[in-house]
Design a protein around this ligand. Structure first.
Ligand SMILES: Cc1ncc(COP(=O)(O)O)c(C=O)c1O
Length: 389
């Protein structure tokens, strides 16, 4: 039998591909976004404790109540929000599952979903599997700002969902309060829901503050907001995320969630809950932590030919290699992993129609030694190119 793919053009994600290439080449991996330093030992200990205590059976479908209460407390501290853990918070398998569930809960055959390029790679496949179609609008370089007039022009009677991501991966740009105002005005009289990917909510630089859709009263009433303890607790492999949405939307999201993963690893949920109970400010220093790393890497690369772009948030740093080569980014990234022994992520896979650009994404969630080693290799590689020219 010939098997007919529902996603014929979707291959293995660029993150997996580059991590595999990094292993094959023995390269320093600044590609896929994950820390190479240990998690807080107190979080590890919490997991050991809850397993020993026997919290090893199915968790409730919507998430263990202790964790949902901690999340509600965190939302209160972060954004002065009153969120009901019973009806408005669902624990998911990472932010990825929350994104997928929200899309399945909203999008029907023929619906249009607006997303912004460069876009995180899970959005479009989720929309297509739901029978919808993505309308992709580029963020405006060089600062990757929203063009709200263009969004207005793209709205149709079929538009059902807009997905925004702030802080934005991979552009490292951040939406501000005026962006949320513009968005609210555009969708005010339309039956459009919002899916806000806020997994980098605590990683904003230079004194910026995160503008959560949840803190915007009008947007909150029609939004799924997605968060990730993978990012917040440096534990991407734990796959603990959550979605906050009004009760009626949460009910629909949970219908998808319960037949997707049903419930999330019980001891991991209990461990995060216990950790936050004892260390409720565990996440408050994240911006400063990553800002130091951003400044370290950017400082080491400036003037090398890999020019750092301004980064307002996320744990990534874009660099422009245009002074070294006009080669397309995928080929150049492959050359870097092979010859410089540094894995990076090209930007073109984040676009439906990639513009001509010479940008690579580097992950800064790495030990300082890793960042120094990568910068040293990149500088050496760039110097080699410059000598030959
Ligand atoms: C923008 C964005 N959204 C969602 C996710 C997925 O988060 P999680 O690892 O919690 O599934 C990521 C992870 O890299 C991300 O960068």
């Amino acid at each position: 039998m010939q098997f007919d793919s529902k996603l014929p053009d979707v291959g293995t994600t660029i993150f997996t591909v580059m991590s595999r290439r990094a292993l094959e080449e023995g390269a320093v991996n600044l590609g896929q976004g994950f820390p190479d330093y240990p998690i807080d030992p107190r979080l590890s200990q919490a997991l050991i404790d809850v397993v020993a205590e026997g919290r090893n059976q199915y968790a409730p479908m919507e998430g263990v109540i202790e964790l949902r209460q901690q999340i509600a407390g965190k939302l209160q501290v972060s954004y002065a929000l009153d969120v009901d853990p019973q009806t408005e918070i669902t624990v998911t398998c990472g932010g990825t599952e929350a994104l997928y569930d929200a899309v399945q809960a909203v999008v029907r055959t023929g619906d249009e979903v607006i997303i912004f390029d460069p876009a995180y790679d899970s959005y479009e496949p989720a929309v297509r599997l739901a029978g919808g179609r993505c309308v992709r609008i580029p963020l405006q370089p060089p600062a990757f700002r929203f063009d709200w007039e263009r969004v207005q022009g793209a709205l149709t009677d079929h538009t059902r969902l807009i997905i925004i991501n702030s802080p934005q991966n991979p552009s490292c740009s951040v939406a501000d309060a005026s962006d949320l105002e513009s968005l609210a005005a555009l969708i005010r009289d339309r039956p459009i829901s919002l899916l806000a990917d806020e997994v980098y909510e605590h990683v904003l630089y230079d004194g910026r503050r995160h503008a959560s859709v949840l803190a915007h009263p009008e947007l909150r009433g029609r939004s799924f907001a997605v968060f990730s303890f993978g990012k917040t607790l440096h534990a991407t492999g734990w796959r603990i995320g959550y979605c906050v949405a009004p009760p009626a939307m949460t009910t629909e999201l949970r219908k998808v969630h319960q037949f997707n993963t049903f419930s999330i690893v019980a001891p991991l949920q209990h461990a995060v809950a216990r950790y936050l109970e004892h260390f409720p400010d565990a996440w408050t220093g994240l911006s400063a932590f990553f800002e130091t790393k951003r400044d370290l890497l950017a400082g080491l690369l400036r003037g090398s030919g890999f020019e750092p772009l301004p980064a307002a948030g996320t744990y990534f740093q874009l660099v422009d290699y245009g002074a070294l080569s006009r080669e397309a980014d995928a080929g150049f990234a492959e050359r870097l992993v092979r010859e410089a022994k540094v894995a990076t992520i090209p930007l073109s896979p984040f676009y439906a129609a990639p513009p001509a650009m010479t940008l690579l994404r580097l992950c800064i969630a790495k030990r300082d030694e890793t960042l120094r080693a990568a910068a040293e290799r990149l500088r050496h590689f760039a110097a080699g190119i410059r000598e030959r020219v």
